[in-house]
Design a binder for this molecule. Structure first.
Ligand SMILES: NC(=O)C1=CN([C@@H]2O[C@H](COP(=O)(O)OP(=O)(O)OC[C@H]3O[C@@H](n4cnc5c(N)ncnc54)[C@H](O)[C@@H]3O)[C@@H](O)[C@H]2O)C=CC1
Ligand SMILES: O=C(O)[C@@H]1CCC=N1
Length: 274
């Protein structure tokens, strides 16, 4: 791999659904990638507007040309059929970034060639508003320069962190890749509990949405750890303490979350087996 400085250049995005669409919209709106071409027989809602506005080009099949960066954002179960047509788009200088849960660098290299530089990235859907976080693993052909380029591309979605072991991407998947769903579930269940306690569904949902969003924003902006922010809400022997005695008691949130994250991690490992 040459050491000359590289830019993202022409980017091929394979799969413009929820995750690919969130990233591509961010890139297109911030102008942080070169020309983006989306290949998807049925791109998602979010991306269709960007395609129609001419911010991205689109085709249903992989075009007959080489790209500087190829981003794989199809379902892991679709990889085996989606990857073979991509081979022609990958040259010796192409960087491949896969966001697929479970699909290993080995599986990708089996389809696209052993010498290809492959970065596995695990973003999350808040990327749509530039507020995601992406965990990455650099495959064996990835130079520092390639890593920097992948990081600059992915940082349009939010902070980028790296793991040294490929298996740790499964844990990143279980924590932050899937994590937004756990937070949305928290809002849903908080609203449902408010409703069960007597509020209208609309009011309960408004309170829950703003509470989750405001607490999230406070956590990002504050230098205090989440535990400190939690204690700031909790008056001794007050209402929060009464609720936390349930949530932090035996069989409460901590063991439940540990089981949930273990289940997601296990599923990522299963997906890697095909
Ligand atoms: N949704 C999420 O929160 C996250 C998803 N991921 C990963 O992103 C990948 C995509 O997931 P989603 O966007 O949620 O799925 P999705 O179903 O919303 O999007 C997949 C897209 O791929 C397209 N597609 C199917 N076959 C294709 C082919 N042969 N060539 C080109 N496009 C094809 C579909 O039309 C669809 O638009 C998965 O591998 C998933 O593990 C990673 C992090 C978070
Ligand atoms: O549910 C999934 O498999 C994907 C990976 C992380 C978030 N969504």
């Amino acid at each position: 791999m040459s050491d000359k400085p590289r830019t993202a250049g022409r980017v091929l995005l394979l799969g413009g659904g929820n995750m690919g669409g969130a990233m591509a919209r961010g890139w297109a709106e911030q102008g942080s990638a070169g020309a983006i071409h989306v290949v998807d027989p049925q791109p998602g809602e979010a991306l269709r507007a960007s395609i129609e506005a001419g911010r991205l080009t689109h085709s249903t099949a992989v075009p007959d040309e080489r790209f500087d960066v190829v981003v794989l954002a199809v379902k892991p179960q679709t990889m085996a059929t989606a990857l073979p047509p991509v081979r022609a788009a990958v040259g010796p200088q192409t960087i491949v970034i896969s966001v697929a849960a479970g699909t290993t660098t080995k599986t990708i290299a089996d389809h696209l060639g052993d010498g290809v530089a492959i970065v596995r990235a695990m973003p999350n859907t808040p990327a749509l508003i530039g507020r995601g976080i992406t965990g990455c693993f650099a495959g064996e052909n990835v130079s520092q320069q390639v890593r920097d380029l992948a990081e600059s591309l992915l940082s349009a979605c939010g902070p980028v962190v790296w793991v040294a072991k490929e298996a740790d991407i499964d844990v990143v998947t279980a924590v932050s890749g899937s994590g937004p769903a756990y937070v949305f579930l928290l809002a849903e269940t908080l609203a449902a509990a408010g409703e069960a306690a007597g509020l209208t569904p609309e009011l309960a949902m408004t309170l829950a949405r703003h509470t989750v969003a405001g607490a999230g924003e406070l956590m990002v902006r504050s230098e205090d750890a989440p535990a400190v922010l939690r204690r700031n809400v909790t008056s001794p022997n007050g209402t929060t303490q009464a609720a936390l005695d349930v949530l932090m008691g035996e069989g409460g949130l901590a063991p439940l979350m540990r089981r949930a994250v273990e289940a997601a991690k296990r599923r990522a490992a299963e997906l890697s087996e095909g």
